[in-house]
Write a protein that binds this ligand. Structure first.
Ligand code: FNR
Length: 446
């Protein structure tokens, strides 16, 4: 396997990333080996479509409504052009940035992506290993396919952040944050744009939501507070109390039976038994129902956020900020970072593209806290534009899920490596030597 040319956690190692990546690729080509994943973002997505089931690809690639926010996220990049300035010595280039009190070799993060078992059975474990090997911090999702402790063990040297979906149970929120801190996460990222599930056309057409099959709920089923909620629910429904489980209205078809077995398989972790016992136990089904009930709350307000400070000593980022007034309010509320995101256009159709919002958000924050950017980044040149417009760091989303689906851990590593190499090349060709110093003057408005 071709190892990454960027050593973990070492800013110096990221220097010359482009040259090494290019020569690795071309040298391997001489012996007839091509990259494991396509370099072109469109070809990458097309290869993932082929590699994944219809449902998995729809869930990962799809967005809300007519997917106009997704298109707008991409289109917003066309407004900005990289302005080349030749004849400057760019032999030494530095991609490193300061984030969360540490020097990071590159300005990339991996965005939290839930239910990665849809793309590959090793899911978050493979992503964590790839991220650690290349020195890019990985944001673990609340909806990961493996418990955060297991992800930490899979890649103990990797930098990790934990993303929280603020659940309806404060006890559960507190427990998840305690576990994040205990398992070595460096920061908490509270996602604010998913207090309701978006109107996701492709998933609705397929009548497919992975959580209803017991997927993407491993952080919950491994949590002691959640397990208690599940036991209480199972007891209440055995006693004939509580809301009737949605499962009761499911028609018994071969597909429903297969889904039941899948849920039981996942639930074996909860019952601490084998599949046979798990199939007889009411707990796995109760876990899915409990999850669907508690996973988010539309009642969340700015005032509630203060509670997070009591639950953790870790720095707190707010993800899903798009309005400059909210950015200013976040700083006033004392958060440690803002993450500009519209969830990759998965929540609201015809919404504000994040790149269009970025300059105003950056201006209102005035350098007081770091700004992470995502939604629509498909390569190093896109990252260059976002960084030049004031983002501190850029998060990669769907592209790494596609890499995971096509070639597992190696696919993720290549996707991230390609982003880094293209950013390095863009930096040098544009006539700059330090990504942290690149500003608005590096761009021309089209
Ligand atoms: C996401 N995103 C997301 N965000 C989050 O805070 N928690 C999560 O669990 C998930 N899960 C998730 C799953 C999938 C399949 C996708 C595509 C996205 C949103 C993600 O963190 C990020 O904001 C977007 O992916 C950015 O958009 P692009 O660049 O991927 O289009």
């Amino acid at each position: 396997m071709v190892q990454s040319s960027v050593a973990p956690q070492d800013p110096a190692a990221a220097r010359g990333a482009a040259r090494r990546t290019q020569s690795e690729i071309y040298r391997a080509g001489v012996s007839g080996t091509r990259p494991a994943v396509p370099i072109d973002p469109g070809a990458l997505e097309a290869a993932a479509r082929k590699a994944l089931s219809t449902e998995a690809f729809a869930y990962i690639a799809g967005g809300a409504g007519a997917e106009r926010t997704m298109s707008a996220n991409r289109a917003a990049f066309t407004r900005w052009q990289v302005w080349p300035r030749p004849l400057r010595d760019v032999t030494e280039r530095d991609l490193s940035i300061d984030l969360l009190g540490r020097r990071r070799p590159t300005p990339f993060l991996l965005a939290p992506l839930g239910v990665m078992e849809l793309a590959h059975p090793e899911a978050d474990l493979a992503v964590a290993r790839a991220a650690a090997s290349i020195g890019v911090p990985y944001t673990l999702s609340t909806q990961a396919s493996f418990p955060m402790e297991q992800i930490a063990t899979a890649a103990p040297t990797g930098a990790r952040l934990f993303q929280l979906y603020w659940s309806a149970s404060d006890e559960l929120n507190a427990s998840l944050l305690r576990r994040a801190e205990a398992s070595g996460c460096e920061a908490i990222v509270v996602t604010l744009d998913t207090h309701l599930l978006g109107w996701r056309t492709r998933d609705l057409d397929l009548a497919y939501l992975p959580f209803t099959r017991g997927m993407g709920i491993a952080q919950y089923t491994s949590d002691p507070v959640f397990q208690q909620l599940v036991r209480e629910r199972a007891r209440a429904s055995a006693a004939g109390h509580g809301t009737p489980p949605p499962g009761e209205s499911v028609k018994i078809t071969p597909k429903a039976v297969a889904a039941g077995i899948q849920i039981a398989r996942k639930g074996a972790a909860l019952t601490g038994t084998g599949l046979r016992e798990s199939l007889r136990s009411p707990l796995p089904r109760a876990a899915v129902e409990t999850f669907l009930e508690v996973f988010s709350t539309p009642a969340l307000t700015w005032d509630d956020l203060a509670k997070a400070r009591e639950w953790t000593t870790l720095p707190i980022f707010l993800k899903g900020i798009v309005h400059p007034d909210d950015a200013a309010r976040a700083v006033d509320a004392g958060v440690d970072g803002v993450w500009v995101s519209n969830h990759g256009g998965r929540q609201i159709d015809q919404s504000v593209p994040t790149l269009a919002a970025l300059p105003d958000v950056v201006a209102r924050i005035g350098g007081k806290v770091p700004v992470v950017f995502d939604s629509g980044v498909r390569g190093g040149a896109d990252a260059f534009v976002a960084l030049a417009l004031g983002a501190t760091a850029v998060a990669i989303g769907r592209p790494y899920a596609y890499g995971l689906g096509i070639a597992g851990e190696k696919g993720v590593r290549e996707v991230v490596r390609n982003h880094i190499a293209e950013l390095d090349i863009t930096l040098g060709l544009a006539g700059h030597t330090s990504i942290q110093d690149v500003g608005r003057e590096a761009l021309r408005e089209a």
